[in-house]
Ligand binder design. Structure first.
Ligand SMILES: Nc1ncnc2c1ncn2[C@@H]1O[C@H](COP(=O)(O)OP(=O)(O)O)[C@@H](O)[C@H]1O
Ligand SMILES: [Mg+2]
Length: 579
């Protein structure tokens, strides 16, 4: 009835199973001792309920679980283990010794297994609980043993599994030692926050914000990092449901969406997110190591998660800063106040052109006919400001081909040209997809790219979207595509086109791409960045002014889609200070 699978893939799998069993056994202290990344020894010692001598032998039989009485129980699983398969699998590929005693027994017993064979049982004195020692993992499966990665890699996996369990049970003390050295000594903690602090080290916890939501479908609690402390190294992302770790590229996307524009490119916020749902709404029967699960209402959970993270970030929002390369710690989330950035001398009626293409200097005529009501709305919003602040003459300066400097009453606004183009193009792409499509430009020579049969299908599947973005792509044979046209503004050079196709494949392949809007955003972001990098130098202050106008016509002018600042204001005080 339950999908059986390979339980033991590497030392970390053994650690996971044994530690979870110890938790299920009601232990409040669990010690993990590792030698040589688990190749030589994996030992897990707990002070839980222990086993009788009979049970100590039986537990190594396949499907010898004490945790599942009926099939209906499957619907109400709250413990970690439930398939009675782990110990049998471990005993099949290693030498295992179990020493155990129950509270009520005078003496304990020691049982030895290897290669699935019961080798010995003897009486021993033992503290209450279980002590599993797993030696020489895969000694009898040389192919498997050869497959193991370096000690570093294998031990990293062990830490991962250890951490996941430790994060579900702050009240349990956990110790992990490797080759005789303590790696973690986690005392029983009063709350999750203390456990996170112990795991991550002192200051980490100052950078986290708590989240919570309570709906009929899901309850959410936990901690997320401030945008400022998001890092480039992933690895502190944890989802738990009903007390168990799970993986979810889909819900990860909800988190990343909530941080959109708030963190730099490639950064991932740390999060420790705990969901509680009715166990009956989870499909447990989909993954052998139980780390992937299916929620029956996953889109609702997505929305709830997104909203409560947004709310938490908003509650802890930050003021605006000046410097482009300062860490992004300063993004006004709820109340934006870029009015103060707005140049005093903007003359929107003369220069506002929503169809502005940052790559085509001085061509009014190329503006595609689209619905710009969104932009017009913003223009009205800014209109009031223009009246107030209007200055007699316009002055913009292009500085070092990289920046546009423009004075205003509140200081000197510095706009980063490439980043401004990125933002403008991004919104243009998004808009194009919403309406009728970005203008495509035909390649003089169609470019053939061999993408492989599997990827060819991706292009078929997403033909519509690609077309809207301005790609004209047709199939050629079973594994090749022909690019006849690329979005306006992009190079048709064959090596550039090939690079673009490679990017498309990556985005189209993304797990979560099925979700409406996300793939579009990912593509728009990617191509906006590529497009911005290709833009020609600005040659006149007129062009510069139009770029600034187009930027301010954006929904979110201050940041690139990746969260980098597009503009910065040098305040009068700052200028003053220099003299
Ligand atoms: N640390 C432990 N303390 C007490 N009993 C244990 C412990 N580890 C395993 N057991 C017993 O052995 C059985 C088999 O364990 P396992 O193969 O992991 O299957 P499962 O956890 O799926 O039930 C458990 O159901 C439990 O009764
Ligand atoms: Mg188990």
């Amino acid at each position: 009835m339950i999908a059986a699978g390979e339980v033991v893939q590497r030392p970390a799998s053994v650690v996971k199973e044994l530690v979870e069993n110890a938790v299920d056994a009601g232990a409040d202290q669990i010690t993990v001792v590792i030698t040589d990344a688990g190749r030589t020894l994996i030992q897990v010692i707990d002070n839980g309920c222990g086993m009788s001598p009979d049970e100590a032998v039986l537990c190594f039989e396949r499907h010898a679980t004490s945790k599942l009485a009926t099939a209906e129980d499957l619907q109400h699983i709250c413990t970690f283990g439930f398939r009675g398969e782990a110990l049998a699998s471990i005993a099949a590929v290693a030498e295992v010794t179990l020493k155990t005693r129950r509270e009520e027994d005078e003496v304990g017993c020691q049982v030895e297994f290897a290669d699935s064979k019961h080798l010995a049982t003897e009486e021993v004195s033992a503290p209450r609980g279980c002590n599993f020692a797993v030696r020489n993992l895969f000694y009898n499966v040389p192919a498997r043993r050869k497959f193991l990665k370096s000690d570093n890699v294998e031990f990293k996996h062990i830490i991962e599994e250890f951490t996941r369990v430790a994060l579900t049970r702050p009240e349990i003390g956990f110790t992990l030692t490797h080759n005789g050295k303590d790696v973690y000594v986690l005392k029983p903690a009063k709350s999750l926050k203390f456990r996170i602090q112990d795991l991550l080290g002192g200051s980490a916890v100052d950078n986290v914000v708590d989240i919570s939501a309570d709906t009929s479908v899901v309850k959410v609690s936990g901690y997320i990092s401030n945008p400022e402390s998001a890092r480039k190294t992933p690895g502190m992302q944890f989802f738990f449901v009903n007390g168990r770790f799970f993986r979810s590229p889909y819900l990860h996307k909800a988190v990343m969406n909530a941080y959109e524009n708030l963190i730099p490119d490639g950064a991932t916020p740390a999060y420790f997110i705990y969901l509680t749902v009715d166990p009956q709404t989870i499909d447990v029967n989909i993954h052998p190591t139980k780390t992937e699960i299916k929620f029956s209402e996953d889109s609702v959970i997505f929305q709830v998660l997104f909203a409560c993270i947004r709310e938490a970030i908003g509650r802890n929002s930050f003021g605006a800063a000046i410097d482009f390369d300062a860490p992004v710690s300063d993004i006004p989330v709820i109340s934006r106040d870029y009015e103060k950035y707005r140049p005093a001398d903007l003359t929107p009626d003369a220069s506002f052109d929503p169809g502005y293409n940052p790559f085509e200097p001085d061509t009014h005529s190329s503006a595609p006919v689209q619905d710009y009501s969104k932009y017009i709305d913003r223009r009205e919003e800014y209109g009031r400001l223009f009246e107030e602040k209007a200055a007699p003459s316009s002055s913009v300066i292009i500085w070092q081909s990289k920046y546009i400097l423009t004075p205003s009453r509140d200081g000197v606004l510095v706009v980063n040209i490439r980043r401004a183009r990125e933002r403008i193009l991004y919104e243009k792409f998004i808009k194009s997809v919403e309406i009728n499509g970005h203008v495509s430009q035909s390649a003089l020579f169609p470019v053939q790219v061999a993408v492989g049969a599997e990827h060819r299908l991706l292009f078929d599947e997403h033909e519509d979207l690609l077309h809207k973005l301005g790609f004209d792509i047709s199939a050629f044979g079973t594994d090749t595509i022909v690019v006849n046209g690329v979005p306006e503004g992009f190079s048709c050079d064959s090596s550039k086109v090939e690079a673009m196709v490679a990017d498309l494949v990556l985005i189209l392949e993304d797990d979560s791409a099925g979700l409406a809007g996300i793939m579009e955003a990912a593509m728009a972001e990617k191509f906006a960045r590529m497009g911005a990098a290709e833009g020609d130098n600005l040659t006149s202050s007129y062009e510069a002014q139009r770029l600034v106008d187009a930027l301010f016509a954006c929904q979110n002018p201050e940041y690139t889609p990746g969260g980098k600042k597009t503009m910065s204001l040098l305040s009068p005080e700052e200028i003053e200070k220099k003299f």
